[in-house]
Design a protein around this ligand. Structure first.
Ligand SMILES: *[C@@H]1O[C@H](CO)[C@@H](O)[C@H](O)[C@H]1NC(C)=O
Ligand SMILES: *[C@@H]1O[C@H](CO)[C@@H](O)[C@H](O)[C@H]1NC(C)=O
Ligand SMILES: *[C@@H]1O[C@H](CO)[C@@H](O)[C@H](O)[C@H]1NC(C)=O
Length: 256
């Protein structure tokens, strides 16, 4: 859809693509979300098409659909194809849990289950949880002081943010019963921690995400009593490839 690409103004993203505004809200439950920030609020979740990096695409398109409730969570899917800079994110398709912001130290648990798939493997993308925290409970949704990412897989040799000159993880750890390579670095002023599945995809993932914060508190002096959790999202950061389908048969997340 080159014609529509040309008309979209560049969006300067500070972070991995949480939208600052939610202008284009659909009402029909089964309408495809195809425009840049097309958005739907369903069952306690925000579903966003979120083409925040579209200015670095030379061509492509993407549509996301709500596929219905799944347990106490939701199902959704997205079909995309992107050409252009192979090292930049074009979109972060996500479902975000709606919740009352609280200090991380006041959150008892963050139980979640997700089941997802991609129908091919020759693309560049991750599949990841994304959480921002800030000392300011009224901070914008698009960044924070800290970002916690949990990458259930990466395709095509993409990398998390790292300040390591060798690209090595700072630790290889087991958290919530899964093995991870931990990377850290800065995105502007925001400190980013990325737990990355070292091998095959975790297509079916059940965990208490609070355990990742507990690890950071213990090992990285994460200041949980000063940080409010701002956003809690799961989705895929699309770089290039396709046509491809990302399917999430279930995403469920609670903030207790
Ligand atoms: C963050 O996004 C939510 C929608 O999930 C919205 O209700 C809220 O107003 C946003 N907060 C800020 C500070 O932009
Ligand atoms: C950090 O994590 C590693 C691996 O889980 C553990 O062995 C080590 O004791 C931790 N260090 C601190 C300071 O907690
Ligand atoms: C994956 O899904 C896309 C979008 O529906 C489709 O165009 C493509 O043919 C599928 N590829 C495979 C290998 O199934």
């Amino acid at each position: 859809m080159l014609s529509s690409l040309a008309t979209i103004a560049a969006f300067v993203a500070v972070a991995h693509g949480a939208a600052t505004g939610l202008p284009s809200r659909t009402t029909a439950a089964d309408a495809a979300l195809c425009s840049q920030y097309a958005y739907q609020s369903v069952n306690g979740y925000d579903l966003l098409n979120n083409l925040w990096g579209i200015s670095t695409a030379t061509s492509g398109s993407q549509c996301t659909t709500y596929d219905g409730p799944a347990g106490s969570g939701i199902a959704f899917s997205s079909t995309w194809t992107w050409q252009g800079d192979q090292n930049t994110v074009k979109s972060y398709i996500y479902a975000g849990r709606q919740f009352q912001r609280k200090k991380v130290s006041d959150i008892r648990s963050l139980p979640t289950t997700v089941e997802w798939s991609y129908n091919r493997t020759d693309h560049r993308a991750n599949v990841a949880y994304d959480i921002f925290t800030s000392t300011d409970p009224d901070h914008a949704n698009s960044s924070g002081d800290f970002e916690l990412m949990i990458w259930l897989h990466r395709y095509g040799g993409i990398w998390p943010i790292t300040s390591s000159s060798t690209g090595s993880p700072i630790a290889t750890v087991t958290v919530a019963g899964y093995s991870w390579d931990l990377y850290t670095g800065y995105n502007g002023a925001m400190r980013v921690y990325s737990f990355v599945a070292p091998n095959g995809p975790y297509n079916s993932f059940t965990a208490d995400v609070k355990e990742f914060f507990n690890y950071l508190v213990k090992n990285e002096s994460f200041p949980e009593s000063q940080q409010y959790m701002l956003i809690y999202q799961f989705g895929t950061e699309a770089f290039v490839g396709g046509p491809i389908k990302f399917g999430v048969s279930k995403f469920q997340a609670e903030v207790n």
